[in-house]
Design a protein around this ligand. Structure first.
Ligand SMILES: Cc1cc2nc3c(=O)[nH]c(=O)nc-3n(C[C@H](O)[C@H](O)[C@H](O)COP(=O)(O)OP(=O)(O)OC[C@H]3O[C@@H](n4cnc5c(N)ncnc54)[C@H](O)[C@@H]3O)c2cc1C
Length: 381
């Protein structure tokens, strides 16, 4: 019997996974006992962390795009198509062509996050973001001409990709305006939905005094319900209003509809066992990266570590062995604290984060990681 492993989503997690499988299962693939297919809805692979630097004129969106085919091992069949349905009983994927189907023996969902600004009235018209390629370019245009006024960075939806990125943005903006002699004329406020500035209490405790030191205003318990574009104000569930001249928002995030439609989890996130990454609602289905509802941050590093675990488990399964590899919640994150300094955190399910003292060396380490990412995606690092 040939085992057909199908991976949906050629972003960070899916690409690292198929390259790992291609190497790990090379003898079985070459013998025709295993087939690996990667389905992605775009010919390009996108490295999203680049978007943080675009508004400050430090990177171009094209720095975060490469042809997926140039990153994927030749042993993997690449299909550029959008999966429109998953039938976990028949073990089939559907595409827009009605009769077109792909059968699988093992399915891995690595479909990432999508942005849902439409869920907050006024947000699509009134807010800017750097969580999409177009958003980061439009925000760059705004920032370049912004010399005075109030910038509000509002975290509207959680969970969202890269929980550190909103903190990074306000630290970078503070430094960027200071270096240009404009900081006295630019007020910066950060809003967060819960009672602290970050979901993780250890990171919140570390960040808050640094924000106050740098005169970054903080509004917690700020659950934005509406962006009033007539008066340039955020209106919150708590009854407060926050006025802005430039709104930079982290919009609500969702997974993808095919997940909910297949009964694999709510809002497009797949319910999984947080250690094995197996879907709880169907057999022979794994999920990894943003789409796997594990409670850990939606981060590329997480997708990368999880890909290694899923690859080991699938290799065991096709070899008739009991899979033993498990994910321990490992998360690694560099956190920019200005235009040329950064901190770093590493944590897992059992060990909380303890952010490192910010330094220029860590900032350069983050930039070096961003450069070497393309080797990581290929499975070489
Ligand atoms: C501004 C910003 C900064 C960030 N900085 C960092 C950072 O410093 N460090 C870090 O670790 N993480 C960072 N992240 C988060 C990181 O980019 C994501 O967590 C990571 O990309 C998740 O990987 P993934 O494989 O789960 O999903 P993705 O990389 O998003 O890939 C999902 C893929 O699935 C495809 N897809 C979706 N639906 C379908 C379908 N129906 N059919 C076919 N294909 C489909 C998509 O097109 C996409 O190619 C950042 C994110 C942003 C937005």
């Amino acid at each position: 019997m040939t085992h057909h492993i199908v991976v949906v989503g050629g972003g960070t997690g899916g690409t690292v996974l198929v390259n790992d499988l291609a190497e790990r299962l090379a003898p079985e693939i070459d013998a025709g006992d295993v087939r690996v297919t990667l389905v992605n809805d775009s010919p390009d692979h996108v490295y999203k962390p680049v978007w943080l630097y675009v508004p400050f004129g430090k990177r171009e969106p094209s720095d975060g795009r490469r042809e997926l085919s140039s990153l994927v091992d030749d042993r993997v069949t690449l299909r550029i198509d959008r999966v429109t349905g998953i039938d976990t009983d028949a073990r089939e994927l559907q595409y827009s062509g009605e009769t077109d189907r792909t059968s699988y023996d093992h399915l891995v969902l690595a479909t990432g996050s999508t942005l849902a600004p439409g869920e907050i009235p006024g947000l699509a018209d009134g807010g800017h973001d750097y969580y999409s390629e177009e958003g980061s370019v439009a925000l760059r245009d705004e920032l370049l001409s912004f010399t005075e006024g109030h910038i509000v960075l509002s975290v509207i939806g959680t969970p969202h990709m890269c929980p550190a990125a909103p903190l990074e943005f306000v630290f970078m903006a503070d430094d960027w305006f200071r270096k240009r002699g404009l900081r006295d004329d630019v007020e910066i406020t950060y809003t967060y939905p819960i009672q602290r500035v970050h979901g993780n209490p250890h990171i919140a405790e570390w960040a808050e005094p640094r924000m106050r030191e740098r005169d970054i205003g903080i509004e917690t318990f700020c659950n934005v319900e509406e962006v009033d574009t007539a008066s340039n104000q955020l209106r919150t569930m708590e009854g407060s209003a926050v006025a802005y001249d430039l709104l930079v928002a982290i919009p609500p995030h969702r997974g993808v509809d095919i997940v909910s439609d297949a009964g694999l989890g709510d809002r497009g996130w797949v319910d999984v066992d947080q250690h094995t990454l197996e879907a709880t609602e169907a057999d022979d289905v794994y999920a990894l990266g943003d789409t796997a509802d594990t409670g850990v941050p939606n981060a590329g590093s997480v997708a990368h570590y999880q890909a290694g675990v899923v690859a080991q488990r699938l290799a065991s399964e096709v070899r008739g062995q009991v899979p033993t590899a498990t994910y321990d919640g490992k998360t690694l994150c560099f956190l920019e604290t200005g235009m040329d300094s950064a901190s770093y955190v590493e944590f897992d399910y059992d060990s909380p984060p303890s952010p490192a003292t910010p330094s220029q060396k860590l900032h350069w380490s983050k930039l070096a990681y961003n450069e070497s990412y393309w080797l990581t995606a290929r499975g070489l690092l």
